[in-house]
Design a protein around this ligand. Structure first.
Ligand SMILES: [Zn+2]
Ligand SMILES: [Zn+2]
Length: 332
């Protein structure tokens, strides 16, 4: 079968690999139909993804079709379309026991720590699969993307009417905005790229939108600040957008130190929260909201490229060209 491996930063290799064997107990054999590309993949391609080892088959935001199920697998049959929970967790660490499997101490992410979905067929544990009834395959990989947003908004404990500002309007920032809207927050956005800023403001009907944190700082501070940039300078400055007693959520991450001037933190008695991944319960909620239409991402500026074009398009996605917020590769 065809497999695409990221051999080293900047270089994919196409190879023929052996088809997986029959699924064992509790496993399913699936055909990959769509692979979403996110910051993690782009950083791996660029060589800036922390704790990443090469070669690696990328692909953690997946849409798949069930081909065969192993013994003991219930609720799935050949032909079913599914989203995949890429987070394989241990179930026994302190985090898992407390229902916070999103930060499992032994977290293994399919397509990051172990080989992912950039191949024709893959064997997966059935418990990682979510059956999808109504979504087009192109939107299925966004379950993971939106999962990051629902988790971050959950971490913040947002209340209806609360003033919030989202820094960074890429796919994660947009995901956060979707769930803040659902919660009834009063939302503002900061984004340097004009196309992204315009899209976020128009699509969500936001009245407060700023091309820089400096400009946002001129106005009333927010009780909630979500930094979705993964940019050190931005993460260090986001605290200046925060109201007294507010909560700052770091959604984007960086492989670096982030330093804050302690009086800024103490004067405001700020709460700083990190947000990582998402839980299966949150994935189910995202799927329900997508299928009911309460969350509708069909208007997002997306590009769906055939897999033959992926290598060629990757640099453009890396450099966020042409306002594309989300790239999906058609693997079928
Ligand atoms: Zn992702
Ligand atoms: Zn665990």
């Amino acid at each position: 079968m065809n497999t695409v491996t990221l051999e080293q930063p900047g270089r994919f290799a196409h190879s023929g690999t052996v088809l997986p064997t029959k699924p064992g107990p509790g496993e399913v054999l699936v055909r990959v139909t769509m692979v979403g590309i996110c910051g993690t993949d782009l950083h791996a391609f660029e060589g800036t993804q922390p704790f990443f080892s090469y070669p690696r088959v990328l692909g953690h935001e997946l849409a798949v079709e069930v081909i065969e199920t192993g013994d003991g697998v219930e609720g799935l049959k050949p032909g079913d379309q599914c989203a995949v929970n890429p987070y394989m967790t241990c179930g026994v660490c302190a985090a898992c026991i407390r229902g916070r499997s999103n930060c499992c101490a032994k977290m293994c992410v399919i397509g990051v720590h172990t080989d992912g979905g950039m191949r024709d067929r893959i064997l997966l544990p059935a418990k990682q699969m979510y059956k999808v009834e109504k979504l087009t395959p192109m939107l299925i990989p966004l379950v993971e993307t939106l999962g990051v947003g629902i988790h971050a908004v959950g971490r913040s404990g947002v209340q209806a009417g609360e003033r919030a500002i989202v820094v960074g309007a890429g796919p994660i920032g947009l995901s956060v905005i979707e769930f803040l809207k659902l919660a009834g927050a009063d939302i503002g956005v900061v984004e340097q790229m004009p196309e992204r800023l315009e899209f976020a403001a128009k699509h969500h009907g936001l009245k407060r939108f700023y091309p820089s944190q400096e400009e946002a700082k001129q106005e009333q501070a927010s009780m909630l600040v979500f930094d979705c940039t993964g940019n050190r300078g931005s993460m260090e400055n986001s605290i200046h957008l925060l109201e007294q007693g507010g909560r700052l959520v770091f959604v984007g991450l960086i492989n670096d130190q982030v330093s804050l001037f302690d009086p800024d933190l103490h004067r405001k008695e700020a709460t700083i929260l990190a947000s990582r991944n998402s839980t299966p319960a949150e994935h189910h909620r995202v799927l329900d909201l997508m299928e009911s239409g309460e969350i509708d991402v069909t208007g997002w500026p997306m590009e769906c490229a055939p897999r033959e074009k992926m290598q060629e398009r990757f640099p453009a996605w890396l450099h966020r060209e042409a306002g594309i917020v989300k790239a999906v590769v058609d693997w079928s």
